[in-house]
Write a protein that binds this ligand. Structure first.
Ligand code: PMP
Length: 370
């Protein structure tokens, strides 16, 4: 605490990101980064953009990037918003669509989910309620079919990796669309991991089938959020985007332009555009990550571990005998970093990002010998 902090700063409880070790070399399975490099076309585009034009501000409306996203996702450029990582896009969405006023209706997000949501809610003074995820850790979509200030959840959920069926996502959007009753609210579906929702033999098809992007024309209250940090292997570039109805996109622009008109820099724009255009490369590495996930999951089940059914680029895993913190320490001492959330119901689980096959073999060796 500092006497110079205002009351808002004193009351914040900031998000704590996974460790980025600066000294010892770990096998890093703690922040859901992609183990494979970004497309060579991305590196080339960024290198080309590192030129004298960096003296100029970037395009504030990210036109060329939005065009590239729109083409890839088969939507209109006006239905796309780009930001400095999807965390920023989500923060803007909370500010734009959820009410922070005294006695506002609470927003809803699951009891076990991405731990940045309560942080943003506190930052903007938005009240929230957290429907309890079921015994098997799945989200019961009917918990979200009630009047509220808004809804946000990741699909697949984090840190469980579990996918909500598209028809249930759709039912939530429909309930809050305000078509048949006076109630209306924005539903944010955070699709950070949706590209991994398929199986190795049907990557594109399954990701397309499961994404809520299909429903944005139908439900003007539905905002989907995406990141280039996971499937596009660009966590270091900080680029995320939202896809939704034009009115929602305009709302996000209003918040952005009241905060920072240039959240996406010239290098990120160049890299993001190249990433959107190299679908073939990304399909190939996504397929590899999914195949590794399925192999490691089966091997862990074989060894007696509990493994939730993941459709993301990580596994949520419980050791057959050890507590979560003991198992975390064993792995750390063996040079493997994973993520432990010391929270109710999940304290005995560890979230393990999918690395290369060699990294996962090293992980399985430690799992087999403890
Ligand atoms: N949503 C979820 C569910 C996540 O797990 C993450 C990664 N921590 C993000 C959003 C943010 O990703 P980024 O800001 O790197 O785009």
């Amino acid at each position: 605490m500092s006497k110079f902090w205002n009351s808002r700063t004193r009351e914040l409880s900031p998000y704590i990101p996974g460790e980025q070790p600066q000294n010892r070399q770990y096998i890093k399975l703690n922040t859901n980064e992609n183990p494979y490099p970004p497309s060579p076309a991305v590196i080339e585009a960024i290198t080309r953009a590192a030129n004298e034009r960096l003296r100029l501000y970037p395009d504030p409306s990210c036109t060329a990037l939005r065009d590239a996203v729109a083409e890839r996702r088969r939507v209109k450029p006006e239905q796309v918003f780009a930001g400095n990582g999807s965390d920023e896009v989500i923060a803007f969405a909370f500010a734009a669509f959820f009410e922070g006023a005294y006695r506002a209706a609470p927003i809803l997000f699951p009891s076990i989910t991405y731990s940045f949501y309560p942080v943003y809610a506190h930052l903007w003074g938005i009240p929230y309620e957290c429907p309890r995820v079921q015994e098997d850790f799945s989200i019961n979509h009917t918990d979200y079919l009630k009047a509220c200030g808004g809804v946000v959840f990741p699909n697949p959920n984090a840190p469980t990796g579990m996918l909500m069926r598209p028809e249930h996502v759709r039912a939530i959007a429909q309930y809050h669309a305000g078509q048949s009753r006076r109630h209306h609210a924005v539903v944010i579906v955070d699709e950070a991991y949706i590209d991994f929702a398929g199986y190795a033999d049907a990557v594109q098809h399954a990701a397309r089938q499961t994404s809520a992007v299909h429903y944005i024309e139908e439900y003007p209250n539905l905002l989907t959020v995406h990141t280039l940090s996971k499937s596009a292997s660009l966590a270091g570039l900080r680029l995320g985007f939202a896809i939704g109805n034009e009115e929602l996109i305009e709302g996000l622009c209003r918040v952005r332009d009241s905060f920072n008109s240039y959240p996406v820099d010239r290098l990120a724009l160049a890299g993001g555009i190249a990433a959107m255009k190299d679908a073939a490369y990304y399909e190939a590495i996504t397929r590899t990550v999914i195949a590794t996930r399925e192999r490691v999951s089966a091997a862990l089940v074989e060894k007696g571990y509990a493994v939730l059914p993941s459709r993301a680029n990580f596994l949520f895993v419980r050791h057959p005998a050890m507590s979560g913190s003991e198992f975390f320490t064993v792995l750390r001492n063996a040079g493997i970093l994973v993520r432990h959330f010391n929270k109710e119901r999940i304290a005995d689980f560890l979230r393990v990002s999918i690395g290369t096959d060699a990294e996962m073999d090293a992980f399985l060796t430690v799992c087999g010998s403890t």
